[in-house]
Design a binder for this molecule. Sequence first.
Ligand code: ADP
Length: 201
Amino acid sequence: MLLGPPGAGKGTQAQVIADRLGVPAISTGDIFRANVSGRTELGLQAKSYMDAGDLVPDEITVAMVKDRLAEDDAKGGFLLDGFPRTIAQAEQLRDSLHELGQALDCVLELVVDEDELVRRLSGRRVLVDGQWVQRDDDKPETVRHRLQVYREQTAPLSGWYDSEGLLTQIGAIGAVEEVTERAMSALETCGGARPDGPSAG
Ligand code: ADP
């Protein structure tokens, strides 16, 4: 799984790394945005939280991820991007994976300082229906709020996964390809380096 603040490049790296590993990249942000554009019930529930830069409530998010992880293409492994984002989500993820006979092998944290994050997010444009637009939640006030939410609710996961022996941190400043190479070398060692294997603990 990829951990890191908004703007760290998780989405970009998730696509490339998942391709290289031959597993699906599961991004809760992408699933929410697809549901918002498709005007589904889930999209309607999530939209106001996303627009405000707040987290979508755990029960909605966890149920959605559980369904996704139960799909066939996730049986041989998967890469999580943007989930979990709270300790409660992490606990429920561990339990769901246990039920599926799986466990996380590795948590990669993308480390970027906050000035760089603000620069990246306020300059970010995404392609929607052939047009480059600013995501509503990339507006400066919302960006500051998302970073605060990250510090308060998500950053504690770093210590949590470190104490489980799963965490590797990599610097995520530099060219996309350089960061991918750092990520791939980190992945080679982290999962296999634990003597008791993924199901221990
Ligand atoms: P970023 O990492 O740039 O903030 P994401 O696409 O991962 O972008 O998330 C966008 C928004 O989607 C979040 O601000 C939040 O509202 C919602 N979201 C995504 N993942 C989660 C999650 N695991 N728990 C709660 N809300 C989430």
